[in-house]
Design a protein around this ligand. Sequence first.
Ligand code: SF4
Length: 249
Amino acid sequence: MPKIPFPKSKVSRVIAERELAILEKTYPHAVTALHYSNPFELLMAVILSAQCTDARVNLATPALFAKYPTPEKLAKAKQSDVERLIRSCGFFRMKSKNIISASRALAEQHGGVVPSQREELEALAGVGRKTASVVMSVAFEQAAIAVDTHVFRVAHRLGLTLGKNPRDVEQDLQKIVPREQWRHAHHWLIMHGRAICKAPIPRCGECPVNQICPTPKILARSLTARALASAAGAPKPRPRRSVAAKKKR
Ligand code: SF4
């Protein structure tokens, strides 16, 4: 099924604030789905979650953290052993290298402690802006908005942004969401994206913001256009042979 086009203009600030208020009310206890018990485990889990579901990461990390519970231990791990433990997370060779290298940097440069500053986090192997934002907001309760694929899609469908890349989307969200809510807002959007505003087709009929979100109209137009195109391209029914024609056989 092809993608539904995103709205071409943003909704007004009043509508944007109403949309976000409804999502906040709908997902009041939204938190990360990754399992972790300290900032180091969270950081490792977020690195592993690239191109992988949180559920799959949660299946792999208990054995990884049991064997390598600290940056110092993981820094000394054999790559082949780590690869075996995280194989199911995909891209396991690159991810193994990254978590070992990041652990080595934590052990050698940060006293085995995960830093809370963006610059220091983004200097670690496998850590980009999104991963740093998750660690800052979840582990250290700092104001940061992590833009993943769900946040990108749902923010566009709601008409909160026209941003072409995650950084633009983040900046648009930062202008609408009060700073003290930044660390919660991406969880509302992620949970909504997983539960209702799914890719490729959102379940607008079940959605609590469907009266003010611009996408249901786009979806209806898109589905109607597809239905008409499909009808126009359908093979024409074969003409029925006349009785006279049948008798000639
Ligand atoms: S109305 Fe549809 S497109 Fe808009 S947020 Fe809800 S599910 Fe997503």
